[in-house]
Design a protein around this ligand. Structure first.
Ligand SMILES: C[S@@+](CC[C@H](N)C(=O)[O-])C[C@H]1O[C@@H](n2cnc3c(N)ncnc32)[C@H](O)[C@@H]1O
Length: 294
């Protein structure tokens, strides 16, 4: 199945069964949100305003005591393992401090999704724009930010959201791309969508989350970006379990286009700590700058 640049699907044809509320705060969220916080903190080093564009925004925040989170308990092998100690690694400690700040009662009751993480870090002059297709999650997200004038929430397909909202008013920014990969089109459509977005907003940093379910599939996904000669990419990966096709998600990664120049070094410092906290003895991590060839 080929997906052309900008291909979108009538909303009625998209069967959205994925709910992030089952997975919030898991090991994949930990890696994704550490990278997100690190990039936003870097953007904040200058006073100039920036925009975060969140393509697959989810509900915005997740209640630990909810049936969904308790049913899988995935957060216990994710954020819960990082809460107790300061690690001495800036990018991890900033992320953990933010999660704690959003849980002022002193225990984890809510896990913030990517929009709440962004909104908590943005300054008055910065903006957040989100697209989310799932009706329930869209309504939760819309309600959460109803009074925040910095935040725009649209019930739009992610790639339609690029057309509707890029480029943003500010020429600095982060585009967070976090599909649920429920459909083959999520894999195939990502590169052309990225290229379309980069034509509109070339100065942004793009952070793409991907799962590791099958190593061959993951590598061919990454190779497409390298072959397309997307310049200046950083790949980071944390796999708590060894690669094993057919055994669910054994790890996840982030492909970052136009990363802040400090990010590779910061993630290299973070990985041993994440490996120790999140991985089984035979798990593995990766930090690699990609230039031309994988
Ligand atoms: C992995 S979750 C997002 C989690 C969120 N980014 C976070 O880190 O808290 C993916 C979300 O994308 C939504 N989604 C799936 N297909 C979409 C599409 N084509 N356009 C926009 N949202 C979509 C799902 O409903 C789901 O809420």
């Amino acid at each position: 199945m080929g997906v052309q640049c900008g291909t979108t699907y009538p909303q009625a044809l998209i069967m959205l069964s994925y709910r992030h509320s089952y997975h919030a705060g898991n090991f994949a969220d930990v890696l994704k949100h550490i990278v997100q916080v690190a990039i936003i903190e870097y953007l904040k080093k200058k006073d100039k305003p920036f925009t975060v564009h969140d393509t697959h925004a989810g509900a915005g925040s997740y209640t630990i005591a909810s049936d969904h989170m308790q049913k899988t308990g995935e957060y216990r092998d994710g954020i819960a393992r990082l809460l107790d100690n300061r690690t001495g690694v800036g990018v991890i400690d900033q992320y953990v401090a933010l999660v704690k700040k959003l849980n002022p009662v002193g225990k984890l009751t809510e896990y913030p999704g990517s929009p709440l993480i962004s909104a908590s870090l943005l300054r008055e002059q910065d903006r957040l724009q989100c697209s989310e297709l799932h009706s329930t999650d869209f309504e939760l997200l819309q309600r959460r930010f109803a009074d925040d004038k910095r935040v725009r929430v649209e019930k739009l397909d992610a790639w339609q959201g690029f057309k509707a909202m890029l480029p943003p008013q500010h020429r600095r920014g982060l585009v967070l791309i976090d599909p649920s990969y429920e459909m083959e089109a999520d894999y195939l459509g990502l590169l052309p969508a990225l290229q379309m977005a980069m034509e509109r907003f070339s100065t942004a940093t793009y952070a793409i989350w991907y799962p590791v379910l099958d190593r061959n599939r993951t590598e061919s996904f990454i190779r497409r970006f390298v072959k397309a000669e997307i310049p200046n990419m950083l790949r980071v990966e944390c796999c708590p379990r060894p690669d094993a096709s057919g055994r669910g998600m054994t790890g996840s990664g982030m492909l970052i286009v136009n990363p802040p120049y400090t990010l590779a070094q910061h993630m290299a410092q973070a990985m041993p700590v994440l490996k120790n906290a999140l991985c089984e003895p035979n798990g593995h991590t990766l930090v690699r700058e990609l230039t031309g060839e994988a």
